[in-house]
Design a protein around this ligand. Structure first.
Ligand code: TRP
Length: 478
């Protein structure tokens, strides 16, 4: 057996450092940008419940399994799966799990970087006090139009988008090239607490709007009709979207968490660290929702209509109106960009680690190569918001009729590749790896109840859950 004992890429300096890095990976645009607008699109409450169920019953156990694979394999996801398939005497095809993760990582990073670019663009705007102009307007309609127009100016301008997309990736490359401790770890230490603080300040503002309870109701008032019949007709799409979002938000199913697990010090508890990461990630998403929806309602808007621009069209209103809004607004978008960076680095780390392990590339050249690839693919997303906004590549299929390149890349990765990745991770760990190896990595007895429950979730609940949600989405049960 030739599994390395330690990763050649280095290790986290402590368990806490791993928690910070994994939380940095998990908390990002998924929580603050994606969660609110998709929750809005699918009508609130019921969607949130399904999302939380997916986090608890599928996301949490799969994250433990993914960390475990990394910790045992000690390499990039491709090589970890190769080692582990050998150890378990299973087919070498299991490496495909690593490969599909690398592909998913590029695809996700390609649009992630463009959206993070929006956050970058908002930093100077907020700092200049652009949005304090809303105080001179008379009606909420004028206010929402003003903010929406500013957003439109940005996404309508391909060159401006490309500039920010490029800047975002260049800095990502610099961070990743710095290596595990030097680059990744240093960045996340102070950002997460700071982001949390600014969110609390925003929550205070949201609570001061008379519509706060309306926002809370929207998020927690469970109405399954809205989820299953978004446009009058039955659709399983909402449940699939909730599951996909759970995977996306937890960074699961493509190797980010696996490769971070490979850098875990030997005796770190997988269950506890995972619990901390999942809790932090969920908390930030819920907070984001509790901030956004009251502001949506207090401006007479409807959560369904926001789309991907939702937070960029809503939060500036709050910053424009609140005391010290220029300061907090600037700080917020700085922190959002930082949160996006700490996620982006985990999206290319699997590919970079693999290239370095081939022995043909230095960490620096591998990172630059991967960054350029993601940069090029990103143009499809840039143009999806302007010159190609009418291009619907798969319009011949009714399900994809109105999906732009950006929509398709997002759909393919979040709703298909990540859940499939998670499914195979669950199957490998719970059905194919030796029990003894699994319990050894978890440092737990195989009789432990928690362990048995975890294994049950992985063996039955994850495969059935993912399977049923897929079948439901293609309309088998309607
Ligand atoms: N989870 C991050 C977010 O919520 C994005 C992310 C990082 C990701 N690594 C990932 C998503 C791996 C899916 C898979 O913004």
């Amino acid at each position: 057996m030739n599994i390395p004992k330690t990763s050649i890429h280095g290790e986290w300096s402590s368990r806490l450092a791993f928690i910070l890095a994994a939380t940095g990976s998990a908390v990002g645009l998924g929580n603050i940008w994606k969660f609110p607008y998709i929750t809005g699109e699918y009508g609130g409450g019921a969607f949130v419940i399904v999302y939380l169920l997916c986090i608890a019953l599928i996301g949490f156990p799969v994250m433990m399994a993914e960390v475990l694979l990394g910790k045992r394999g000690r390499s990039s996801p491709i090589n970890s799966m190769r080692h582990l398939a050998q150890e378990a005497r299973r087919s070498q095809w299991w490496q495909v799990l690593g490969w599909s993760g690398v592909v998913a990582g590029f695809l996700i990073l390609s649009f992630y970087s463009v959206i993070a670019g929006w956050a970058l663009d908002y930093i100077p705007r907020l700092a200049q006090g652009t949005f304090t102009a809303v105080n001179d307007l008379n009606t909420t309609k004028e206010v929402t139009d003003f903010v929406a127009t500013r957003f439109g100016e940005l996404v309508g301008d391909p060159l401006r988008l490309i500039m920010w997309h490029t800047l975002f990736l260049v800095i990502t490359i610099i961070m990743v090239a710095g290596g595990v401790q030097g680059g990744l770890e240093r960045a996340v230490r102070w950002m997460m607490p700071a982001l949390f603080l600014v969110l609390l300040i925003l929550l205070g503002y949201a609570m001061s709007t008379p519509q706060f309870m309306e926002g809370v109701q929207f998020m927690f008032n469970v109405d399954f009709h809205k989820l299953f019949y978004p446009k009058g007709e039955f659709s399983g799409e909402g449940v699939l979207a909730a599951m996909g979002l759970a995977f996306f938000s937890l960074s699961l199913g493509m190797g980010s968490i696996m490769v971070y697990g490979a850098y875990l010090p030997k005796h770190a508890s997988i269950a506890q660290t995972t619990a901390a990461v999942v809790a932090a990630d969920t908390l930030v998403a819920i907070l984001a929702g509790l901030i956004i929806f009251p502001i949506v309602f207090s401006n007479g808007l409807s959560p369904e209509d926001g789309g991907p621009g939702l937070v960029f069209k809503i939060l500036p209103i709050a910053f424009g109106q609140m005391p010290y809004g220029t300061l907090f607004g600037t700080l917020f978008f700085v922190l959002l960009a930082l949160a996006a960076w700490s996620s982006a680095i985990s999206l290319i780390e699997p590919a970079v680690a693999w290239l370095v392990e081939t022995g043909k590339f230095s960490r620096i050249s591998a990172t630059i190569g991967c960054g350029i690839a993601a940069w090029l693919v990103g143009f499809a997303t840039v143009f999806s918001f302007n010159i190609w906004s009418d291009v619907k590549p798969l319009s011949m299929f009714s399900a994809f009729q109105d999906k732009t390149f950006f929509n398709l890349i997002d759909y393919l990765t979040s709703n298909i590749m990540l859940p499939l990745g998670g499914l195979f991770i669950a199957i490998f760990v719970a059905w194919l790896m030796k029990n003894q190896i699994v319990t050894e990595e978890l440092e737990i007895s195989s009789k432990n109840l928690g362990y048995r429950f975890w294994r049950f979730l992985l063996r039955y609940v994850t495969p059935l859950g993912v399977g049923l949600v897929f079948l439901n989405a293609i309309g088998v049960f309607s």
